[in-house]
Design a protein around this ligand. Structure first.
Ligand code: GLY
Length: 337
């Protein structure tokens, strides 16, 4: 017996696959259509940062980010393979007095105690002596999105079909879930726009960095996400553009800020340069819920697609399997604009 009838998920990224996995676990007859394009998950560093990535003027979004962050340890464990989930935590850092003035507003709101440069370097010896101040967030962790997508695809073996969907009327299923990132706009007419991010991957000695570093360096935001194997993801530009060009200026700005923060990074191999597009919406909060009797949308996660995957999957699967909209969905209706 299937629950929820036949369900097609359009989009084989971290959001679409997570939803499909929960639906499959709940007994639905589910298929994922994946167009073969590498989505934002391929570029994403995998910071799980509900505090650092949110502007706290959006309390409903903050509640969603925090609820999803709480689900990540269980979600990663349930996948049953190493997906790079690491709970060492994040150091948020300010390089100059001006950077500190800017960052201090956020840190005060988060109620995190300010650490002196010596305390920061005790935690992270490779930091530049120029770093002025910072805070430690034990609940801001990381995961490797490429490993997560691979694990989800394995869990869904036989249910992921390579196919590009151009029109929802072509899809033969009782319920269609559109989780197509930036492609959601063309399929539904909803306002999802591409927000370009250039991201670098460096390769150095394993253990050079311990924490995720999220910093403001001379007014520029940069983050460094170190993996156990020596890879360090450096991100990211934020540009209102749809092109896929890796620019000299983008790479220069990221490397300059990263090396100012951690001088030893200058010795690392520059292993990869990539471009991705965050799916932005007019308020940069996701579109989650019913569009009509047949179509459900789960898109527009902007900077938070990886962090929001577990809660999106649970909420959307609940909507399909039980026919009940969780109150958390209330502020994210796809038709709110
Ligand atoms: N969440 C990180 C970014 O969007 O760059």
């Amino acid at each position: 017996m299937t629950r929820g009838g036949s369900v097609a998920v359009v989009g084989g990224g971290i959001i679409g696959l997570s939803i499909a996995w929960r639906l499959q676990q709940g007994g639905a007859d589910v298929v994922v259509f994946d167009d073969g394009e590498l989505g934002a998950w391929f570029v994403a560093a995998g910071m799980l940062a509900p505090g650092g990535e949110a502007t706290h003027e959006e309390p409903h979004l903050v509640r969603l980010l925090e609820a999803s962050n709480e689900r990540w340890p269980g979600f990663a464990a349930e996948l049953g393979v190493d997906v790079g989930y690491d709970d060492t935590g994040t150091l948020s850092l300010a390089m100059t007095a001006d950077d500190l003035a800017e960052s201090a507003r956020v840190w005060t709101r988060q109620k995190l105690p300010l650490l002196r440069p010596s305390e920061l370097r005790e935690r992270e010896p490779a930091l530049s002596p120029r770093v002025r101040a910072g805070v430690y967030s034990p609940t801001e962790r990381q995961v490797d999105p490429r490993r997560v997508v691979l694990a989800l695809r394995e869990r869904l073996a036989g249910h992921v079909v390579s196919k590009r969907v151009d029109k929802l009327s072509e899809v033969d299923a009782e319920t269609v879930i559109v989780a197509a990132g930036c492609g959601t706009a063309a399929l539904t007419g909803l306002p999802v726009r591409p927000v370009k991010g250039q991201v670098l991957r460096l390769r150095g000695e394993p253990g050079l960095l311990r924490h995720v570093l999220d910093a403001t360096v001379d007014g520029r935001h940069v983050y460094l996400v170190p993996r156990k194997d020596g890879e360090i993801v450096v991100g990211a530009t934020q540009e209102e553009r749809a092109d896929r060009t890796v620019t000299a200026g983008g790479v220069h700005d990221l490397l300059r800020a990263a090396i100012e923060l951690v001088p030893d990074l200058a010795e690392c191999e520059l292993a990869e340069t990539t471009v991705g597009h965050r799916p932005g919406t007019p308020d940069n909060a996701p579109l989650l819920g019913r569009l009509d009797d047949r179509v459900i949308v789960a898109a527009g996660h902007h900077r938070n697609g990886v962090l929001l995957a577990p809660i999106t999957a649970d909420l959307i699967a609940g909507l399909v399997l039980d026919g009940v909209a969780d109150p958390l969905l209330e502020h994210f209706a796809p038709g709110r604009f």
